[in-house]
Design a protein around this ligand. Structure first.
Ligand SMILES: NC(=O)C1=CN([C@@H]2O[C@H](COP(=O)(O)OP(=O)(O)OC[C@H]3O[C@@H](n4cnc5c(N)ncnc54)[C@H](OP(=O)(O)O)[C@@H]3O)[C@@H](O)[C@H]2O)C=CC1
Ligand SMILES: O=C(O)[C@@H]1CCC=N1
Length: 262
C-alpha cells in the first residue's frame, strides 16, 4: 500500500511529486501517482524513473488531490476507492466542506494552497483542516508540504487570499522577470547576460528580505542614492501605478478563488 497517492500529475502535481522525490519519497510503498492523461503519464515516468504512475487508483493510506477544481469530485471518488483515510487537496477555492461531502464519512480532509517552487524545495504553502481532521492530520499535511518548502497554518477563510498572494504569486514574479530581461535587452545588453543579471537580482533581493528580516521599504531606501538612478527608476514605476496593479492582481486572484469554490 502506498503511503501517498497523488491524484493528478499536472503542473502542480508534478511540482509536488518532483519535490517529494528529491526529498527521498521515491519508493513504490511511499508514493504513487494516478493521472488520466496518457501523455502526462509518459512524461512523469520519463522524468522520475521508478515512480509508480498509473491510470487508476491503488490502495493508499492518504491521497493528495491535485486536479483542476472541476475534476475534484471525480478525484474524491477515486480517493475513496483507494481507501485513503486522509485527503490533502490543493485545488484552488474548493472548500473542505465540499471535499468532505464527496468523500466517505470521517475522512480527514486538509485543504492546502502550495505553489510551484515546491519543485525545487522552495515552496510556500498554507493549510487548513476540515471538520474530521485533528492535530495529527494537520501535522501530517505540514510534513508532506514541509518536505518541499515552508508551511503556514491559517483559518480556512484565509486560503483564498493565500491563493491570490503565494499560490498565483510565482506567475507575477515571472512576469516581472520577463520585463526585466526585455528591459536589459532594450538598453543594449545581450539576452543571456540580461537573463543572468535579472535572475540573480531577484534571487539576491529575496535572500536579503529573508535573511535580514528588514522591511522592504528599508532595503529599498538602501538602494536609492540621493538624486541617483534608482530614484529615477522608482518614479517611473510609481507613475505607472505598479503598487495599485499588485493590489488589484492579488485581489482579483483571491476573488477568482472564491468563485471557483462557489
Ligand atoms: N499550477 C499551480 O501553480 C497551482 C495549482 N494549484 C491547484 O492544483 C490543481 C491542479 O492544477 P494544475 O496542476 O495547474 O492543473 P493541470 O491541468 O496541469 O493538472 C491536472 C492533471 O490532472 C489530470 N486529471 C484530471 N482528472 C483526473 C482524475 N480524475 N484522476 C487523475 N488525474 C486527473 C488532468 O488531466 P486532463 O488535463 O486530461 O484533465 C491533468 O493532467 C488545481 O486545482 C489548481 O487550483 C494550486 C496551487 C498552485
Ligand atoms: O491559476 C490557478 O488557478 C492556480 C491556483 C493558484 C495558482 N495556479
Amino acid at each position: 500500500m502506498a503511503r501517498l497517492l497523488v491524484i493528478g500529475g499536472g503542473r502542480m502535481g508534478e511540482a509536488l511529486i518532483g519535490g517529494l522525490v528529491a526529498a527521498g519519497w521515491a519508493a513504490a510503498e511511499e508514493l504513487a501517482v494516478v493521472e488520466v492523461d496518457p501523455s502526462r503519464r509518459d512524461e512523469l515516468s520519463a522524468a522520475h524513473p521508478g515512480l509508480v504512475v498509473g491510470d487508476q487508483e491503488v490502495p493508499a493510506d492518504a491521497a493528495l488531490v491535485a486536479v483542476k477544481p472541476g475534476d475534484v469530485a471525480a478525484a474524491a471518488a477515486l480517493a475513496g476507492r483507494a481507501g485513503a483515510g486522509r485527503v490533502l487537496s490543493v485545488a484552488a477555492g474548493v472548500t473542505t466542506a465540499t471535499l468532505e461531502a464527496a468523500l466517505p464519512p470521517g475522512t480527514a480532509v486538509v485543504r492546502a494552497m502550495p505553489n510551484t517552487p515546491a519543485l525545487v524545495g522552495v515552496g510556500a504553502s498554507a493549510i487548513a483542516a476540515g471538520t474530521a481532521a485533528g492535530p495529527d492530520d494537520l501535522d501530517w499535511a505540514a510534513a508532506v508540504l514541509g518536505a518541499v518548502g515552508q508551511v503556514v497554518r491559517v483559518p480556512e477563510a484565509q486560503l483564498d487570499a493565500v491563493t491570490g498572494l503565494s499560490g498565483s504569486g510565482p506567475a507575477y514574479v515571472f512576469l516581472l522577470a520577463e520585463a526585466l530581461i526585455d528591459a536589459g535587452v532594450l538598453n543594449g545588453l545581450p539576452r543571456p547576460a540580461s537573463r543572468a543579471l535579472a535572475v540573480q537580482t531577484l534571487r539576491g533581493a529575496a535572500a536579503l528580505l529573508a535573511e535580514t528580516g528588514e522591511e522592504p521599504a528599508t532595503l529599498r531606501a538602501q538602494v536609492t542614492s540621493p538624486g541617483g538612478t534608482t530614484a529615477a527608476g522608482l518614479r517611473a514605476l510609481e507613475a505607472a501605478g505598479v503598487r495599485a496593479a499588485v493590489l488589484d492582481a492579488v485581489s482579483a486572484a483571491a476573488e477568482r478563488s472564491r468563485q471557483l469554490g462557489g
